[in-house]
Write a protein that binds this ligand. Sequence first.
Ligand code: GLA
Length: 731
Amino acid sequence: MGIVYDEKNKTISLHTKNTTYQMQVDRYGFLLHLYYGKRAEGCMDYLLTYYDRGFSGNPYEAGRDKTYSMDALPQEFPSLGTGDYRTPACIIRNADGTFSSDFRYESHSIKEGKYALKGLPAVYAESHEAQTLEILLTDRATGVQAVLLYGVLPEFDIITRSLRIINAGSGQIAVKKLAPACLDIVGGKYDFITFYGRHAMERNFQRLPIGHGISKIGSLRGTSSHQYNPAVIAADHETTEDAGACYGMAFVYSGGFQSEAGMDQYGQTRLLMGFSEEQFSYPLNPGEALQAPEVILSYSFQGLGQLSQNFHRCIRTHLCRGKYKEAVRPVLLNSWEASYFDFTGDSLLKLAKQAADLGIEMFVMDDGWFGKRDSETRGLGDWKVNEEKLGCTLGELIRRINDMGLKFGIWIEPEMVNEDSDLYRAHPDWALAIPGRMPNRSRHQLVLDFSRKEVVDSIYQQICSVLDQGNVEYIKWDMNRSLADIYSSAADCQGRVLHDYVLGLYDFLERIVERYPHILIEGCSGGGGRFDAGMLYYTPQIWCSDNTDPIDRLEIQYGTSFIYPVSSVGAHVSASPNHQTGRCTPLKTRGTVASAGTFGYELNLDKISEEEKDEIRKQIAEYKQNASLVQNGLYFRLTNPQTENTGAWEFVSEDRREALVQAVSIRQHGNMTVDYIKIKGLKENAMYRETGSGKLFNSTALREAGFPMPAEFGEYRAYQWHFILEDDGAR
Ligand code: GLA
């Protein structure tokens, strides 16, 4: 099956349907990386070149052989101290104060099924769907062990990597740097594709050549961040959406991270993904272990589109969990942009009633329902229903909303506390703060020390007692600031706090998921500030951005689509002019863009006309008709909205019999030139009927010559075409 050990050549090959990853235990016991690319059999150690490496060092046992240098050989798990001066995947401060590690192969085992990681999110699979490779490496001088884990999912063209550092020595060590994924590529020239941004403008696509030196992105914020997403791609300079080689890495982790890409002195490329090094120094006493989070890897030789589809399928079906993972999500109305903090129970019920009349299926009560929370400045930490504001109990409110035929959802932000709260007054030491320094405030709030179990337990109890008050079917789990002031009174070493915080968060989430398996959780962090594969294990959808402007969303959702499936992208229709940008857009455009995600509304229904209400009813009906294709179909990017006049994308059913193309015109000019959208993924040379016009089109012509954008008067027009296979006519 997937993993093959060749005793003669000492190679281990990880085969997926279309790709092969190969490594070799070499003559000195180093674990070298040989190949990751299109599926291939045989031994690829001919790729290793042994030339005189001049001043690059040689391991002692190489004797006078200057051709053997770790400074030039591609490796699976490079560390400091072996003579490799490139950026390492691992730095350990040993018990004797030194920083060298020299990991050599001891043994390996191959098992059916995919490994799981205790306390951490990870891709899962049935035992027949995956295999696991475990390789034990040891630093013989210190006894420190590295257990490398590889999960192979052949049908998905996915390989996962993780590792465990075990202190099998006799003194305390500290892990200073750890990157569970390292990819050394010996030849070729690559671009580093990353997704940068800011609050309300997340995951902008950036593609820059990997040159000599190191390009590094990451987050020092304790969360994966709005600023850089923990997913990267190395793509051959020539690679396009539809052709060429590319490698993707998605970190299944929601804390700080770093990804480095660099070309070495010999023109070889190294790509790393792992923990952020800043404020990280994880202590391990003898016998203790540090389990690194997992990285999902994929390779495509058919361009970025195929790479994205590999990630989408894996994340949607083998990382997301729960009853909603592949189900069409309920169409929701969220109260935030409708009324912010300014509501009463009656005004919520009125809004819910209006929502029900439009065909909306779930009502979400956002921030402001608890404690004395009527502004950003207070209340966080006091998860007690403000019955005075609601005019009734939560149970009563939910019952009345359920009676309207609506599900009920609620907003929480468990990791936070305002100084003006009963919780903070009772437990000021529960907030992260460094003794002798005043803490940084952000959005007037402090962060609770989730590295401490008693803090997590207490908030968990509070949240459960709210959720137990009625039929809650959805939670929006928010997190509205970055961590600062990293100090925990409970920690033996402050270098562990950031990671332990994330473990505390995951523990909390896991308990909620287990206790309330029927609840759909939507992640959020000021919009998309913690949009990562780690959160998607607990929350199958994430509020993509606080920016609901459909034109900005074209770019945000475009960048997001490189790794994350549409089923994970929270997207709502909001008011025009938009509350974040002031831009006016047609309701149809707002609906079209939001329908390319987990669809909902977020606006004051009092302020819309009867015609708009009718249009919303139609939008919902149409959305529901297409929702299964949208959430579970193959996703194709048809244009780049950052640089082109049109934003266009497409969903194609797995059997290629049906396709939905959506397009938005971004810039309008007099006497417009015509954009032709090249429609992809259909059966070759087959006839498809476009249901709106009833006309027949040839799929090859649609791909090669494209489909013309209409030249209608007016800004930001949206279009949608639905193609159904009519005749694939044995041509
Ligand atoms: C964050 C979220 C918003 C909203 C507010 C409430 O900004 O991203 O959607 O829930 O918090 O305070």
